[in-house]
Design a protein around this ligand. Structure first.
Ligand code: GDP
Ligand code: MG
Length: 360
């Protein structure tokens, strides 16, 4: 929508030029000519008023595009060791070392390798978080680590995780956990996964399987290598200059500092002082901290950061967009609040059983 004129926007939304002009005037903006380019914020407002869903895309033409780190989510059956594995991985992270091993749940953490490469892990295991984010349009995860306990084997939630990853078109790396147990049977897990349709590497497919023990911290380096190899195959890249496109992975209310959001930048650079709209909330970024709690001036792609300065508490999966001014931020936030409320009511209406169905 960036740089679209009123004429183009009207055409894209299937509305008349007069209607679009009318909406623009209603939101308090003035237009000199229907051939002048509109700002992306105004275009989004108009589209929302019309009821068209918008997705902000910034052109990568001529932009500075660089390789970026993968963002990884851990999924698997209950008690198969997702939390233990994340804890073990987190302890190998730089932030953990800097904080003297004391780790805090912040929604994400980064593990840096000796080679200089790094992996960003989302800290919230489980399918609910993954689905919620996806439902909100947040394609944050690049790779899923599917944890399967070597003694227990493939279970219902293992299959569920597989189908979530498949639906999201996200590749899987399997971590066969609890390999320290006497009754561990990683071979059986491999056969089960293959039977369920995963094409494992050792059988000529592309899904890597790594044997680990989260408790004994065995195989973690192999798992990290496997993730980096998978990332390399995917050739992950991101535009690094220009306005940030980011997602919230976790948000909390701090007594002193107000709403805090852990965010991951997908593209562009998020800069302290910018005005933002986050889901239906808005604010001005007062500070950006990295995962070691160090204040930094800006955040680049795949970097989880904690941002302060929002007026309200956003939700996991909310998008973060940078806007020109406080006035714009406020206006877009109001527009989105209205639209989200309308969507919610429509959804309720759709879900309400029809009277005739009740009578049957
Ligand atoms: P989650 O439900 O998938 O998050 O599983 P947890 O991480 O909470 O682990 C469930 C149980 O399995 C806990 O009692 C862990 O101590 C245990 N566990 C996790 N990983 C391992 C492992 O590698 N080896 C052994 N022996 N036990 C493990
Ligand atoms: Mg857990």
């Amino acid at each position: 929508f960036e740089g679209m004129t009123v004429v183009e926007l009207a055409k894209r939304c299937g509305e008349s030029i007069a209607t679009v002009q009318h909406i623009i005037v209603n939101v308090g903006e003035k237009i000199d000519s229907e051939f002048d380019p509109l700002s992306i914020d105004i275009a989004e407002l108009v589209a929302m008023e019309i009821g068209v869903n918008v997705c902000r895309l910034h052109s990568d033409d001529g932009a500075h595009v660089l390789g970026r780190s993968p963002v990884v989510t851990v999924m698997g059956h209950v008690d198969h060791g997702k939390t233990s594995l994340l804890d073990a991985l987190r302890q190998t992270s730089l932030a953990a070392k800097e904080a003297g091993g004391i780790t805090q749940h912040l929604g994400a953490f980064v593990v840096g390798m000796q080679s200089g490469a790094s992996i960003t892990f989302l800290d919230t295991p489980g399918h609910a978080a993954f689905s919620a984010m996806r439902a909100r349009g947040a394609a944050v995860t690049d790779i899923v680590v599917l944890v399967v306990a070597a003694d227990d084997g493939v279970m219902p939630q293992t299959l569920e995780a597989m189908s979530h990853a498949k639906a999201a078109n996200v590749p899987i790396v399997v971590a066969v956990n609890k390999c320290d147990k006497p009754d561990a049977n990683p071979e059986r897990v491999r056969v089960q996964l293959a039977t369920e349709g995963l094409s494992l590497e050792e059988m000529g497919g592309d899904v890597q399987v790594v044997e680990v023990s989260a408790v004994n911290k065995v195989g973690l380096d192999k798992l990290e290598d496997a993730l980096l190899l998978q990332a390399e195959l995917m050739d992950l890249k991101a535009r690094i200059d220009g306005p940030a496109q980011a997602y919230v992975v976790e948000a909390r209310l701090d007594k002193g500092r107000g709403p805090l959001a852990t965010a991951i930048v997908k593209a562009g650079t998020l800069v302290c002082g910018q005005h933002v709209v986050v889901g239906a909330e808005w604010g001005r970024i007062r500070s950006i901290r990295d995962m070691a709690r160090k204040v930094i001036a800006q955040a680049r792609p795949a970097m989880p950061v904690e941002i302060e300065g929002l007026k309200g508490l956003p939700m996991a999966g909310d998008d973060i967009v940078v806007v020109e001014s406080e006035e714009r931020a406020r206006m877009l936030s109001e527009g989105r609040k209205k639209k989200f409320e309308k969507d919610r009511l429509t959804k309720l209406e759709e879900e309400r059983p029809k009277t005739s169905e009740l009578e049957e």
